[in-house]
Design a protein around this ligand. Structure first.
Ligand SMILES: NC(=O)c1ccc[n+]([C@@H]2O[C@H](COP(=O)([O-])OP(=O)(O)OC[C@H]3O[C@@H](n4cnc5c(N)ncnc54)[C@H](OP(=O)(O)O)[C@@H]3O)[C@@H](O)[C@H]2O)c1
Length: 288
């Protein structure tokens, strides 16, 4: 990965942090994205330590609250102004038990888990196309298999169930990757993958405060792998020469996997793309 410029979101902890460390270890120039300056500095120190030992360029961080599309766009402008980007890993994600709307009026899980990846990737396409072999990995989940897009209101109403909203957002990750692959077309300089990390021992399910779900997660995570395992798979996805041009792959471990039939529905993917464009435009245009 020497000579490659990589941007990793959700890199202040868990899988994103382990991915940033792995990419730096392989010699890449890594920029991490985080929402909190303290956590960003702590993560950067870890990435930087590895980068130095590997003789990789100095790592850096950018701050952005990815639940806000205005901030996602600002981040993209800043990163895009630097020119070429070889790798984008959309790893930021959140699990919420309560329906919380952002200041832009979006349901938070849909905003962070799907709309941020949708907006950031699209805004950075010119930078990714400026390389001969740009790669995008959007981290989804096996939960996409239970997911359904609530077309009438992806933000849901009063009947909010956290796992349902999470499944929707992770299904959106796979549909987005499929539609992006179709829009890029064969021969594109950019290859887009959806990635399933499996069950991983991270804090994700414990961040929304104490609830029955957080209790379940505390037990469940113990059966998960270390974040270094999916991080190594992501590094493989963005570096293996033979995967170039294989846009639309859903990947787990070291192999392609069949996503759910709903995730392969091309009409739904196109509809979601249009809905996402409209939601982001409304969010950004909204006076808060
Ligand atoms: N763990 C699993 O078993 C599992 C399974 C399948 C899929 N995944 C997916 O893997 C990805 C990473 O999750 P993880 O398990 O590594 O959990 P994690 O440690 O909580 O990582 C999530 C990352 O996203 C960041 N993030 C959350 N909200 C954000 C916001 N508004 N703006 C900017 N950054 C934000 C978090 O920042 P903070 O550090 O500030 O919280 C953190 O760096 C997620 O997309 C998740 O859906 C995880």
């Amino acid at each position: 990965m020497a000579g490659k410029r990589c941007l990793v979101t959700g890199a202040s902890s868990g899988i994103g942090l382990a991915t940033a460390i792995r990419l730096a270890e392989l010699g890449a120039e890594v920029t991490i994205v985080a929402r909190d300056a303290g956590r960003a500095s702590r993560a950067l120190a870890l990435v930087q330590g590895v980068a130095k030992a590997a003789g990789a360029p100095e790592a850096a961080y950018e701050l952005a609250d990815l639940s806000l599309m205005v901030e996602v766009r600002r981040l993209a402008e800043k990163v895009g102004a630097r020119g070429r980007l070889d790798v984008l890993v959309n790893c930021a994600g959140i699990f919420m038990t309560r329906r919380v709307l952002t200041a832009e009026g979006l349901e938070t899980q849909f905003a962070v888990n799907h709309l941020a990846a949708f907006t950031l990737t699209n805004a950075l396409l010119p930078s990714l196309e400026a390389t001969k072999d740009g790669r995008v990995v959007t981290v989804s989940s096996a939960s996409h298999r239970q997911g359904r897009i609530n077309w009438k209101n992806p933000g849901y109403g009063l009947l909010y169930f956290g796992l349902r909203a999470y499944g929707q957002s992770k299904l959106a990750n796979v549909l987005f990757t499929g539609e992006l692959a179709r829009r890029l077309g064969p021969g594109s300089a950019v290859t887009a993958f959806a990635f399933d990390p499996g069950l991983v021992d991270t804090d994700m399910g414990n961040k929304a405060g104490f609830s029955p779900s957080s209790l379940v997660w505390s037990l469940r995570r113990k059966r998960g792998t270390a974040p270094e395992l999916p991080a190594a798979s992501i590094a493989d996805l963005v570096s293996r020469a033979e995967l170039r041009g294989r846009s639309g792959l859903y990947w787990k471990g070291d192999a392609e996997l069949e996503p759910s039939p709903r995730a392969l529905d091309a009409a739904a993917a196109r509809r979601l793309w249009e809905l996402s464009e409209a939601l982001v435009a409304a969010a950004v245009g909204r006076k808060t």
